[in-house]
Design a protein around this ligand. Sequence first.
Ligand SMILES: Nc1nc2c(ncn2[C@@H]2O[C@H](COP(=O)(O)OP(=O)(O)OP(=O)(O)O)[C@@H](O)[C@H]2O)c(=O)[nH]1
Ligand SMILES: [Mg+2]
Length: 357
Amino acid sequence: MEVGIVGLPVSGKTTLFATLTGQPADAAFGGGKVEVHRGVVKVPDERLDKLTAIFNPKKKVPATIEYIEVGGMDSDQSKGFDAQFLQVLKNTAALCVVIRAFEDTFHPHPAGKVDPQRDIQTVEAEFLLSDLAIVENRIERLQKQVQKAKDDQKLRELALLKRCQEILEQESPLREHAFTEEEKTMLRGFQFLSAKPVVLVLNINEADIVQAAEIAARHAEKPNVRVIALCGKAEAEIAQLEEEDRAMFLEELGIVEPALNKLIRTSFELLGLISFFTVGEDECRAWTIRQDTAAPGAAGAIHTDMERGFIRAEVVHYEDFMTHQTLAKCRDHGVLRLEGKNYIVKDGDIMNIRFNV
Ligand SMILES: Nc1nc2c(ncn2[C@@H]2O[C@H](COP(=O)(O)OP(=O)(O)OP(=O)(O)O)[C@@H](O)[C@H]2O)c(=O)[nH]1
Ligand SMILES: [Mg+2]
């Protein structure tokens, strides 16, 4: 499950990717060729920090999320996105669309003027066009096939794709429309770009950081779209600072935490992921699972043996744990419970899995 960083030229993609992953920014990256940069990023989680402070383990292991940056997008916007470039994006589970909202006379916007709304539409139009081409192609093939032999499954797919075609022709992204589970399964294989959840990153001026929340709020959030306003350049500077200087710098900027943290957490949520924790003297760790995963599936995130041999789990929610501070007190107060294989794990559950192989 990876998040693809995408955006028009000189919008700040490389700066953002480099800051997120701690990899050096490679200005020469791309340069006409389609190249992919990958980086694993720790998900900031205050809960894990607090648990670590209590258990004082040898090791702390946060959840992670993978970002990719795809270079080599044609800077000539009239040509649209390169097919190979779009293909790489299709394999991602969510998109982080970087939109330029900062002024910089030394690095002018290729279109001459900074206009976030226009750029949002330009990028979206590329997604819509790419999806529409796939839909039309498939409809044409299906129509030929069902003419030769009636096939219920194919007729259902055809009807669904025609609905998608109508949506796309109205310049509406698929992510804003509701589909049944069966329909989602049918559509999954196409990896439509306009169906992917999106974090819109408005890359703003440093001077606008104080009003970042207001700027983001101006861009009404739509289904499966989150909006974050941040200054990529300032985030890069923050990331370079030592811990103490960082706190001071953030205070000067009038913000509580780096906006990048929020971006990472938002990406994680958009992917439909949650964390549960395991705690102890050896290790405090956040594990990643999909929402609505039952206890054995969560156990499987740790080890397949734990899933196979799952007996039950001892579970206490993070909030309850923080109230009582020790597992023994949680047990005394009845908030540490035994759960069986049908239990749906919640974000923030602290789990101890009992298994037998
Ligand atoms: N003022 C300002 N400049 C920024 C910001 N983010 C990036 N830049 C600058 O804009 C230029 C382009 O940034 P990149 O991160 O290379 O942008 P990109 O989208 O990767 O650009 P291409 O790969 O060339 O398409 C660099 O000179 C950055 O220093 C920002 O938030 N504010
Ligand atoms: Mg770049």
